[in-house]
Design a protein around this ligand. Structure first.
Ligand code: FAD
Length: 305
């Protein structure tokens, strides 16, 4: 990865940049307040869309739906709902798609999901369900005029034998009608660039949007990375070394690291970014500010009123 102290706007006009923000559904009232504060802080940056993740189990699914509905009802943000096919029949998944359609969702992030027995254990599709995310993409497209995003993995998905298998899988998702792919988070931009080149060589021409995770807590992100088969470069670990008990400095370093990564991606021609917000706004807001994005008035919630 090369470092950059350039103004990103020298390489891409801010007007060309598009960002999206991913949130997860809150489990408690306190978490709901944090989420809502974050949504309202980030909304005036006019993201292309915000998305809400989807979990296994009935109560988590209901929380996703409730969160999506609240964002749609109380803001003018375009809201994408994540959806998985884990442990559900095709009819059940189709009902969720129709329910999203009925509340005004026009963008779904289509995922296979992890097995209920835990990530890393073998995935067994429901006998009457969608087999994988490519099948789900086709199912969603058959049920409505949705934009459909899919996941992709610049360092390979833990279940795939090789990066070629991942490229083939992305091609199947593109052929099924996916409109864009969002990557698993990564820290080495060379890996991302090489992956995009391989995808293009395989005839995949859909936008591949880098997923950026601000490192609020290095130990936590390192744990996520291990589960996701994403590498944590030594230089990254070194930057956070000795900061476990110093969250304030950790935040400042995290902002610098993420800014460096997105500036370098802009230098490489990237214009769309998907931020894993972890339901926290501050770092993402700061990075977007550095990218040249400024709050727009009236904020979307006022515009919707
Ligand atoms: P798929 O693309 O269907 O497959 C994953 C891998 O399995 C492929 O890389 C391929 O190697 C292999 N594979 C699958 N089918 C075939 C086949 N027919 N032939 C050969 N190989 C095959 N999880 C959630 O539970 N909720 C979320 O909201 C959520 N959001 C996410 C958002 C993003 C941007 C990302 C990157 C991941 C997200 N995940 C989420 C995690 C995701 O569900 C897991 O990574 C899951 O294990 C794979 O889902 P997928 O859609 O990538 O699967």
């Amino acid at each position: 990865m090369t470092t950059s102290t350039h103004q990103p706007s020298r390489y891409a006009r801010t007007a060309d940049l598009a960002v999206s923000f991913e949130f997860f559904p809150p489990k408690t009232e306190a978490m709901a307040e944090t989420l809502w504060r974050s949504v309202m802080r980030l909304a005036p940056l006019r993201p292309r869309y915000v998305s809400v993740t989807y979990g296994a189990g009935g109560s988590t699914r209901a929380r996703t739906h409730a969160t999506v509905e609240r964002i749609l009802a109380e803001t003018a943000l375009t809201t994408a709902a994540h959806l998985t096919c884990v442990d559900a029949t095709r009819d059940e998944v189709d009902d969720v798609i129709r329910a999203y359609r009925d509340v005004g969702v026009r963008h779904i992030v289509a995922l296979r999901g992890d097995p209920a027995t835990g990530a890393g254990t073998p995935y067994v599709p429901h006998p009457d369900g969608y087999a994988d995310s490519a099948a789900l993409v086709a199912g969603i497209k058959a049920l409505g005029d949705f934009e459909v995003s899919v996941a992709t993995y610049p360092e390979g998905h833990p279940d795939s034998g090789s990066l070629d298998a991942d490229i083939d899988n992305l091609k199947r998702k593109a052929d099924a009608g996916a409109d864009q792919a969002i990557t698993q988070f990564f820290f080495d931009n060379d890996l991302f660039e090489r992956f995009v080149e391989r995808a293009r060589a395989a005839g995949i021409d859909l936008p591949i949007v880098p997923g950026i995770i601000p490192v609020h807590n290095f130990k936590q992100v390192a744990r996520f990375a291990e589960r996701a088969s994403a590498s944590v470069p030594d230089w990254l670990a070194e930057r956070f070394e000795g900061l476990d008990d110093d969250p304030q400095t950790q935040q400042l370093v995290a902002a610098a690291v993420a800014a460096e990564q997105v500036f370098d991606l802009v230098d490489r021609g990237v214009t769309r970014f998907h931020f894993y917000t972890m339901n926290r706004a501050d770092l993402v807001y700061a990075i977007c500010h550095l990218l040249g994005l400024r709050p727009v008035s009236p904020v979307p919630s006022e515009a919707a009123a």
